[in-house]
Design a protein around this ligand. Structure first.
Ligand code: GLC
Length: 549
């Protein structure tokens, strides 16, 4: 059924990891001026929303997800003038900037934390989650998401403070209304500057359980349990989030997409849509198929294409009548999608095109992560020293502590490290792929000489050309944007297939995610295909988009 869509439902969103996007100063890390330089490139991909991972002032223990001033720009990224210029120039390219709100925690260098930690009776003493120790130990046996205890001892208070992530990322106390209102002020600051909306970080953790104590249930040899299992998605959290919506977003033509690990498709109705707190939610059931619950890289589980189909189906159906889906296969925390979802496909270009076909034709706003439009693969680093990610080091240590060998721990890192998706953008075949004239903060992928934006732009058969064609197709065939979604071949274990239809047209999408050819009982004219589609037969890993007459 056709419906009136909002601007952010009609477009394609792109996630940039500014540190790895384009460096204009030669210091080896990307910057805002680099993003401005590439706005034309983003426009050529049909992008209307650009989500920037955090660019605020930060000591960078987690590459910007540890903010020490919410209304500033980190000097490594440039200045506030650069940012203002980005807002203005992006508009000229039809692109709205989306800021990343990291509101579960601050940096431990944030003045709020410095004050809060200074004594038990300062004005901000309860702005963070402080607890007394128990029998000379931490208040609970919770393991932080990056590894090790989730509690950090602070001698000036003789107390512990909670950090869901790194010790340098202490959790804010959302139970204190002053904290919430200070955060809302920061969010409004960016809207006043012209932001088109927010991606909201780690939001499921902001409400802490009423009781914090040692858990008898543990999930590792270390006698601990992941903080995620103890704090994600606590009863009462939605009241805070509705307050955020009212105070920050109401009356403004902006959108929100929240990162909500721990919320499944069955709960989407409470989180998004007419009565939900957000416009969209990144829920992770299709991305986290490798894990039962929390990500422990050395303990992955097997999954099948049917599992992937189910996860996608569940979220499409959950947002059919209420809410809107942010389709995504990659982000700055996850492996590259062709290695993640189609590791056995011998033709990487084909794998990238097939996944792109799904990403850009599911019902929802597609979120493309930098490099995905070029079919990038995981990093191929030789040793742990080549990585530069706090989570990677924590996961390696966890694997060692659980009794895995160095080789096994490294295999887990190679497969799941967040740095897989953080290698610098490959713009051309000059040294360091045209990303920087200095030494890049993280190694450039070895394939950059042949595989880069400049080369792919000239090649009509490249992944980039395929993405651009898909973006054009979405503009020409509105059913791909506003049509409803109906699964076909639901029982097939290898083919993801669905119909998008509005009152004017019906389009069918078929993607074979297996290494076997499949007989296809489908008719229609070919709008796009990953290869030389032969009617009635889907070749291994082939995808086709058919218009029904
Ligand atoms: C989110 C971000 C991730 C960050 C974490 C802590 O999951 O995507 O990169 O490390 O939150 O802020």
């Amino acid at each position: 059924m056709s419906e009136k869509l909002k601007w952010w439902q009609e477009t394609i969103a792109y996630e940039a990891y500014p540190r790895s996007f384009k460096d204009t100063t030669g210091n080896g890390t990307g910057d805002i001026k680099g993003i401005i330089e590439k706005l034309g490139y983003l426009e050529s991909l049909g992008v209307g929303v650009l989500w920037l991972t955090p660019v605020c002032k930060s000591p960078m223990c987690d590459n910007g997800y540890d903010i020490s001033d919410y209304t500033s720009i980190d000097p490594s990224f440039g200045t506030m003038e650069d940012m203002d210029e980005l807002f203005a120039k992006a508009r000229e390219h039809g692109i709205r900037i989306v800021m990343d709100l990291v509101f579960n925690h601050t940096s431990d260098e944030h003045p709020w934390f410095i004050e809060s930690a200074s004594s038990r009776d300062n004005p901000k003493s309860d702005w963070y989650v402080w607890r007394d120790g128990v029998d000379g130990k931490e208040p609970s046996n919770w393991r932080s998401i990056f590894g090790g205890s989730a509690w950090r001892y602070c001698p000036s208070r003789d107390q512990y403070c909670l950090h869901t992530f790194a010790p340098g990322q202490p959790d804010l106390n959302w139970a204190n209304p002053d904290v919430r209102h200070a955060l809302y002020d920061a969010a409004r600051f960016w809207l006043d500057k012209g932001a088109g909306g927010f991606r909201i970080d780690a939001i499921t953790y902001v409400k802490k359980p009423d009781e914090i104590r040692w858990s008898e249930k543990t999930d590792g040899e270390d006698g601990m349990i992941s903080v995620h299992d103890m704090t994600a998605n606590q009863p009462g959290i939605l009241a805070y989030l509705h307050e955020f919506k009212r105070e920050v977003c109401s009356g403004r033509d902006v959108f929100t997409v929240a990162e909500a690990n721990g919320v499944g498709p069955d709960e989407l109705k409470y989180w998004v849509g007419k009565d939900g707190a957000f416009d969209m939610l990144f829920e992770f059931s299709h991305i986290n198929l490798d894990f039962v619950g929390i990500e422990l890289w050395c303990k992955p589980q097997d999954w099948t294409i049917s599992d992937l189909k189910k996860a996608l189906r569940d979220s499409q159906e959950a947002t059919r009548d209420n809410g809107w889906y942010p389709a995504f296969f990659e982000n700055h925390d996850k492996p590259r999608s062709i290695d993640h979802f189609l590791p056995a496909c011998p033709d990487k270009k084909l794998a990238a095109k097939t996944l792109a076909t799904i990403l850009l034709t599911l019902r929802g706003t597609p979120f493309v992560y930098q490099g995905e439009e070029l079919g990038y693969q995981n990093a191929s680093f030789a040793s742990l020293d080549d990585y530069n990610d706090i989570s990677t080091f924590g996961q390696f240590q966890y694997a060692k502590d659980e009794g895995f060998s160095d080789e096994e721990a490294m295999a887990a890192v190679r497969r799941f490290s967040r740095d897989n998706a953080r290698t610098p953008m490959q713009w051309d075949d000059t040294p360091n792929a045209g990303f920087t004239s200095g030494k890049p903060w993280l190694g450039v992928h070895e394939d950059y000489r042949s595989d880069n934006v400049k080369a792919q732009a000239k090649d009509p058969d490249s992944v980039l050309s395929y993405y651009r064609a898909l973006a054009t197709l979405r503009k020409e065939h509105r059913a791909l944007v506003d049509g409803d979604w109906q699964e076909i071949m639901a029982d097939d274990p290898c083919v993801i297939a669905y119909r998008r239809a509005n009152e004017q047209e019906t389009i069918e999408i078929y993607a074979n995610l297996s290494c076997n050819a499949i007989t296809l009982d489908a008719t229609g004219s070919v709008l796009m295909a990953t290869g030389a589609y032969e009617t009635g037969r889907l070749a291994p890993y082939e995808a086709v988009i058919l218009a029904k007459s």
